[in-house]
Design a protein. Structure first.
Length: 192
């Protein structure tokens, strides 16, 4: 029954149907957004079980808030990522540790490096991604988050702006600065 949502209108229509009790509509939303949200959360928390639990929690919160959901002109998926961001912050608060740094986990690296190319190309791509990932962890949390949303989740800057509660211009500037900072770190690590 998996059907890809091709537009913002599809999402909004399904949310409206789910608000009225249509379980199939909510199931379609779940099927379409579970994987990208789970990947986003997994990269932030590094434990597969925690990521699965937190992704479920995102959908529970989304379901409980359906009655209050209103189309305010925002990108629909930004609403789900905002819930995910809040759930991750709550997770780290409950654990009593500072969060949102990109986690260091071999499982996460395997997900990021799944390229399905020739074995030689896989090794080269895998090493490049691992090096980039290690350098990414050296950036401030806010830079890590915008780079993750832009280049791993492939979200446009306008949607990222809604998720992080900044203007589109401020978000694009932050992305530009994050790319420049990462580029500098990568260059320094290659010279070392």
């Amino acid at each position: 029954m998996t059907q890809n949502l091709s537009s913002e209108q599809d999402f909004i229509a399904l949310v409206k149907q789910a608000k009225q009790g249509d379980e199939a509509a909510f199931e379609l939303l779940y099927e379409n957004y579970f994987s990208p949200l789970n990947r986003y959360i997994l990269i932030r928390v590094s434990d597969v079980n925690d990521a699965d639990d937190l992704t479920q929690l995102v959908f529970i919160k989304f379901y409980k808030n359906l009655a209050n959901w209103q189309d305010k002109g925002f990108q629909p998926s930004a609403y789900l990522y905002s819930i995910a961001r809040s759930v991750i912050a709550d997770f780290y608060r409950a654990k009593g540790r500072k969060g949102n740094k990109i986690a260091n986990s071999e499982e996460v690296l395997e997900i990021l490096t799944d390229t399905s190319q020739s074995p030689h190309q896989d090794v080269i791509a895998s090493e490049e991604i691992k090096m980039l990932y290690r350098n990414l962890k050296k950036l401030p949390d806010n830079y890590q988050e915008v780079l993750l949303l832009r280049y791993i989740e492939n979200l446009p800057s306008s949607e990222i702006a809604q998720i992080i509660h900044k203007s589109d211009v401020a978000t694009r500037k932050m992305l530009s600065r994050a790319v420049a900072a990462l580029s500098k770190i990568v260059k320094e690590s290659k010279e070392a």
